[in-house]
Design a protein around this ligand. Structure first.
Ligand SMILES: Cc1ncc(C[n+]2csc(CCOP(=O)(O)OP(=O)(O)O)c2C)c(N)n1
Ligand SMILES: [Mg+2]
Length: 341
């Protein structure tokens, strides 16, 4: 059994991630009802929640240091929290504020924190090539930093991912690819887009180990990730991990999930990794009072970050052309896009 301080830390982080998303959901819905106006309210634009994915981000990042690089996909909050991204500035970014990680220009899918080498993107599998680049830099510097690229099961046939596996294996780079398998890509079930059930088998064709953790459990993820990260740090090359997680929410906020059965939603609920970890902690002798204390401290941290973010100033419109590649005003105003992904 894992030492209890490690379990406690992971529990606090998992509750932080879950509660953070519950609070974001409340803030997000403000002003958007009844017709679901995606541009209204304190958090305009899309929001993809990762409730049910916590075991992945938290179990993997438990082995990482600030100097290690992490790239995450469009469902990034649990991974960002586990990597130690500044929660206040991340929240300010999500609320579109000037003091946000990207001065309020990126939003929830485009968080970037150079202090802990974290980035995410709304383009699926996009994080794989930059993670391989970071791993190549580690190898050239001859240090023991590693890179981890998180992606979804819907991205495992993307060229960017497959080419990254090849380059990483060929060059023996210190990188771990982590597929979060929640069985869905928006409304598309996994079996309709991949001829293999176990995505970790992709690794075989590239000559690297592929490991699947097929139940939603942070302690199992912790063990699998430990081996993969150690292998990378020791200079023995990349690993592909596929982790079974569950999407407890719609693909994005506002998704009516008409394509999903109630049984599937109930199943996701029953697989919740947070009460599972609490049960393991009790078995290891952690008291209920201690577990409640950890949850309370997680909730306090989240409330403080949301309160701070909401007090932050909105960006001055004059700054819209700063920090971007295009410096001239467009001939036509940009057309706002709807939320179909
Ligand atoms: C290259 C690219 N193609 C399509 C999309 C639209 N899109 C956004 S999320 C998504 C599905 C992602 O599914 P998965 O990778 O399994 O992640 P999940 O949402 O299940 O966490 C798609 C197709 C995109 N963002 N990028
Ligand atoms: Mg998926």
């Amino acid at each position: 059994m894992l030492p209890t301080p490690i379990m406690e830390e992971m529990y606090e982080q998992m509750v932080t991630a879950r509660y953070y998303e519950e609070r974001l959901q409340e803030e997000y819905l403000e002003g958007k009802q009844p017709a679901f106006d995606i541009s209204a309210g304190p958090i305009p634009g899309e929001l993809h929640l990762a409730a049910g994915h916590e075991a992945s981000g938290i179990g993997v990042c438990a082995h990482l240091r600030d100097e290690d690089t992490v790239t995450a996909p469009h469902r990034p909050h649990h991974i960002a929290i586990a990597k130690g991204v500044d929660l206040n500035r991340m929240t300010a970014e999500i609320f579109g504020r000037e003091t946000g990680l990207c001065r309020g220009k990126g939003g929830h899918m485009h968080l970037f924190d150079p202090d802990v080498n974290f980035a995410c993107s709304g383009i699926i599998a996009q994080g794989c090539p930059p993670a391989v680049g970071a791993a190549l830099a580690s190898k050239k510097r001859n240090d023991d930093t590693v890179a981890v690229a998180f992606l979804g099961d819907g991205a495992i046939s993307q060229g960017g991912f497959l080419e990254s596996l090849n380059l990483a294996a060929l060059q023996g780079l210190p990188v771990v690819f982590v597929v979060e398998d929640n069985d869905w890509a928006i409304s598309m079930p996994k079996e309709r887009v991949s001829s293999i059930e176990n995505g970790a088998e992709r690794a075989v064709g590239f000559g690297m180990p592929g490991v699947r953790v097929d139940y939603d459990d942070v302690l199992a993820v912790y063990d699998a990730a430990e081996a993969a990260v150690e292998r990378a740090r020791a200079g023995n090359g990349p690993t592909l991990l596929e982790l079974q997680v569950h999407r407890r929410m719609g693909h994005f906020m506002g998704d009516a999930e008409s394509y999903r059965t109630n049984e599937d939603i109930d199943w996701a609920d029953k697989q919740d990794p947070i009460p599972k970890l609490a049960a393991d902690m009790r078995d290891a002798g952690v008291s209920d009072e201690r577990i409640d204390e950890l949850a309370a401290s997680a909730r306090e941290r989240v409330e403080a970050a949301i309160e701070w973010a909401k007090e932050q100033p909105l960006p001055d419109p004059e700054t819209a052309y700063e920090d971007v590649f295009v410096t001239e005003e467009p001939r036509r105003p940009a057309v706002p896009t709807g939320g179909d992904d």
